[in-house]
Design a protein around this ligand. Sequence first.
Ligand code: 5GP
Length: 137
Amino acid sequence: MAYDDQNIFAKILRGELPAIKVYEDDQVLAFMDIMPQADGHTLVIPKTPAVTLLDLPAEAAAYTIQIVQKIAKAMEKALNLEGIVLMQFSGAAAGQTVPHVHFHLIPTNVQHLRRHAVELGDQEKIKELAEKIKAAL
Ligand code: 5GP
């Protein structure tokens, strides 16, 4: 699928839009979701420009999932979790709203997810949670 470099996550990657970051290296960025489906909802994105998981080169996918695991472990420790929901939507038909591939890490039970990309979270609370996750990395 053709990649639109004006999408929100591309702008965050270029530093044109702000984000509450928890982890960054040369290949991956992790940051807090602004409309969390549970407190601590974190997004992990490869820097490779790809719309869906299906477009992402296998090496980038393999590296990104390692970082997804690393962030999940930090979240487990920082937020005292017993379970984390990992979600990934590929394609608008599946519910994807931002056309840059990303993984959702959501500290909740799947039955208790708040609605997807609907309500802005409390930014101060989100920043506090991000600090805890960063400290556990
Ligand atoms: P998707 O629907 O593409 O799987 O998920 C996109 C996610 O990005 C949603 O959970 C939504 O809340 C989040 N989101 C949308 N716009 C922004 C933004 O500007 N900043 C951040 N940090 N998250 C966003």
